[in-house]
Design a protein around this ligand. Structure first.
Ligand code: UDP
Length: 454
């Protein structure tokens, strides 16, 4: 066996397998690796196959092979999670045991907070366990009282407030789907995250202290919370991690050349970038309204329309708007947000997209679709002041006129001026957090120092 380098410790990182989970956790792995930690990332077979070349010193180990098609398979969510736990927990235990008598036994498991059983495996093997949340601190905080309320039978969701923050009430809390009368399996799954969290040695967030100061303080009374973000590639922030210029993982193939060549022809701050991430999809009516807005607004636009959504685009839209618009099926979002031509981002407010936009100082038109996106949009508009949320009509849709109004407000209006100022300030604070002796950097060093004590 090749002699191991002198690593400070060995950490196994276990993300859930969606794009929005893999990216921040692999990025965190790269940071730990840059500080002398041996990293083994364990994820599904299809992911490890496509990531082998992507992250230099990190080793990838498959843990599960059931979702190569990206679906949940037999038995819906419940069936999927049961199969995942049965074989995943066996394989995880085996992986930790495999290293036990090596030169580099595992010191800590950093597990995706929604894979609750992973912490039990870590504890059974006498190693530290760090829960990694890929949602905001505020979104998780606002789920917490629901966990209690829903412990036995579904009950009305209580209002929730934290010192220093406006009261979070529906519709600013994550959508639970309680209108249906029951608690959907996905929500149960989310709330289960709290079942054993009290046993975690660390509770990590892809966020930074100043961004969610009051919530972090509030939550630190419950658990050993540490913010370690933003987890964007280092080249965009502090440039201290070697060869860290992209996430190295894409669910879909981005149309990189087309997008970047097109953006290069556009003036600074002139383009509206539109994307709703990997999971959300606009329905036909909302898609039509978006098309109306982009057609009537005077700015150029780059719109990500996934292959499954293309059939909902108005007929001839792409051809009729080709003078000022580009429609692609997936784009290199980091490069797009970093491009000087982009002036605002119409987003579903997935946590990664939100953190990325904040880190690049790009103002937002916030159009959340479900779950934590609703809380994120609220913070974008009301708390960080980096965007505007269009008003919805009685059917819950934002009309074309309303979306157009928000774009104009941001790009050319008085409110836009303030929003741009706020965005620039948050961009600087994001950088500060990950630079040497910044809050996230200090927490990462603190976590690493704790390994030496084990
Ligand atoms: N993304 C991308 N190209 C696109 C759209 C999205 O690379 O055309 C990336 C984006 O940079 C982010 C992730 O996909 O890192 C989406 O994560 P987010 O949490 O925003 O939303 P989700 O897809 O989980 O709903």
């Amino acid at each position: 066996m090749e002699k191991e380098k002198a690593y400070k410790a060995h950490v196994v990182v276990f993300p859930f397998h969606g794009q929005g989970h893999i990216n921040p956790m692999v990025q965190f792995s790269k940071r730990l690796a840059s500080k002398g930690i041996k990293i083994t990332v364990t994820t599904t077979l299809s992911n490890t196959n496509s990531m082998q070349a992507a992250a230099g010193s990190i080793t990838f180990e498959p843990i599960y092979d059931d979702c190569t098609e990206g679906g949940v398979g037999v038995g819906g969510f419940k069936g999927f999670f049961e199969r995942f736990e049965a074989s995943g927990s066996r394989n995880l235990a085996e992986l930790i045991r495999k290293f036990k008598n090596s030169e580099c036994p595992v010191n800590c498991l950093v597990y995706d907070a929604n894979i609750v059983w992973a912490l039990d495996i870590a504890k059974q093997h006498g190693i530290a366990g760090a829960a990694f949340f890929t949602q905001s601190c505020a979104a998780i905080a606002s789920y917490y009282p629901m966990h209690h309320e829903l412990a036995e039978e579904p009950l009305p969701v209580p209002a929730f407030s934290m010192p220093g923050l406006p009261q979070l009430i529906i519709p600013n809390m994550p959508s639970l789907g309680l209108g249906t009368g029951g608690v959907p399996p996905l929500i149960r799954h989310i709330l289960n995250q709290f079942n054993n969290i009290d046993k975690a040695d660390w509770v990590l967030f892809n966020s930074f202290d100043t961004l969610e100061e009051e919530v972090v303080k509030w939550m630190s009374n419950l658990w050993p919370v540490r913010t370690i973000g933003p987890t964007l590639p280092s080249v965009y922030l502090d440039n201290r991690v070697e060869n860290d210029s992209d996430y190295g993982f894409n669910l879909y193939k981005p149309n990189t050349d087309t997008c970047m060549k097109w953006l290069n022809t556009k003036p600074t701050g002139s383009v509206v970038y539109v994307s709703f991430g990997s999971a959300a999809s606009l329905n036909a009516e909302q898609m039509t309204e978006m098309a109306v807005a982009l057609r009537q607004n005077s700015n150029s636009f780059l719109w990500v329309v996934k292959p499954t959504e293309e059939c909902r685009l108005p007929i001839n839209f792409v051809k009729e708007t080709s003078e000022k618009g580009l429609v692609v099926t997936w784009c290199p979002q980091l490069e797009v947000l970093a491009h000087h031509a982009v002036g605002c981002f119409i987003t579903h407010c997935g946590w990664n997209s939100t953190v990325e936009a904040i880190s690049f100082g790009v103002p937002l038109v916030a159009m959340p679709q479900f779950l934590d996106q609703i809380t994120n949009a609220y913070f974008v508009e009301k708390f960080w002041g980096v965007g505007i949320k269009p008003e919805a009509d009685e059917k819950g849709h934002a009309t074309g006129n309303e979306i157009d109004r928000c774009i104009r407000e941001i790009m050319h209006g008085e409110r836009g001026h303030l929003i741009k100022k706020n965005s620039s300030r948050w961009k600087e604070l994001a950088k500060e957090a990950v630079c040497e002796r910044g809050s996230s950097d200090k927490y990462i060093d603190e976590i690493i120092a704790s390994f030496a004590a084990t």
